[in-house]
Design a protein around this ligand. Structure first.
Ligand code: PXP
Length: 245
């Protein structure tokens, strides 16, 4: 069965909207650690957090607390910068996913240019692998990027599903075909194939026609759905607390 990795960045987005002065607040909520426990209890197979340079959602302390409790299930998304590599070498999550990062973007917009950045990426991948981490590269479903990822020694790729997720009905089959081809090529090169970005309940059935997918990393839509399915219970709990007085 394809595994589910939950990206809990947007739990922190909600917290940061209110508690930007995080260290000073007594009980900032929602807490990504509590969300992580719930996700794993519900059966999720792994957790993903993206520690961005601008620290817009997940903070260093979140990652430290998550690693203390769930190191073996933690996939740390990060840019391949010296500061983040030093952070990962200290933290040693089970998996590191290297992603491109651009301060101005709302979310990770495209895949990593593994083919064009071999000299930068090779030593980073070697260091992380030597320290025992599984290294994944977040790439577009492009045969050059898949081949470059294998040549760089990555044992995992995560295929960027954003174009598939955003495609209209006319181009959807083409985007799905790109993902399927890339997944087949990567498995032929003995890499594990993950996928993520823009995945929702409505587009999973089509994506899951690709048999090689190991883990799907899903964030925004899963957290949004949690609000929809959990809001009723939240209102009832507050009404109960009020009526108990
Ligand atoms: N995988 C990677 C590498 C990502 O950068 C993101 C977005 O942070 C995701 C998965 C999850 O994407 P979404 O929030 O759209 O589900």
């Amino acid at each position: 069965m394809t595994r589910l990795g939950v990206n809990i960045d947007h739990v922190a987005t909600l917290r940061q909207a209110r508690y930007r002065a995080y260290a000073a607040a007594s009980s900032p909520e929602p807490d990504p650690l509590i969300a992580a426990r719930i996700c794993l209890t519900a059966g999720a197979h792994s957790l993903t957090v993206h520690l961005r340079e601008d620290r817009r959602h997940i903070q260093d302390d979140d990652v430290l607390r998550l690693a203390r409790e769930f190191r073996d299930k933690l996939n740390l998304e990060m840019a391949a910068t010296p500061a983040m590599v030093a952070f990962a070498l200290k933290l040693k999550p089970s998996e590191v996913c290297l992603v491109p990062e651009n301060r101005a973007e709302v979310t990770t917009e495209g895949g990593l240019d593994a083919a064009g950045q071999q000299n930068t990426l090779r030593p980073v991948i070697q260091k992380l692998r030597a320290a025992g981490m599984l290294v994944s590269l977040f790439i577009d479903p492009d045969p050059h990027q898949v081949a470059a990822s294998a040549a760089l020694g990555a044992s995992v790729i995560e295929l960027h599903t954003g174009r598939f997720a955003d495609a209209d009905t006319a181009s959807r089959k083409t985007e799905l075909g790109r993902l399927a081809k890339a997944a087949e090529q990567a498995r032929g090169l003995k890499m594990q194939v993950n996928a993520g970005h823009g995945l929702r309940l409505s587009n999973l059935p089509e994506l899951l026609t690709i048999p090689q997918l190991h883990t799907l990393n899903i964030g925004h839509s899963l957290v949004s759905h949690a609000l929809a399915v959990g809001l009723e219970r939240s209102v009832r709990d507050f009404l109960q607390a009020i009526s108990d007085r």
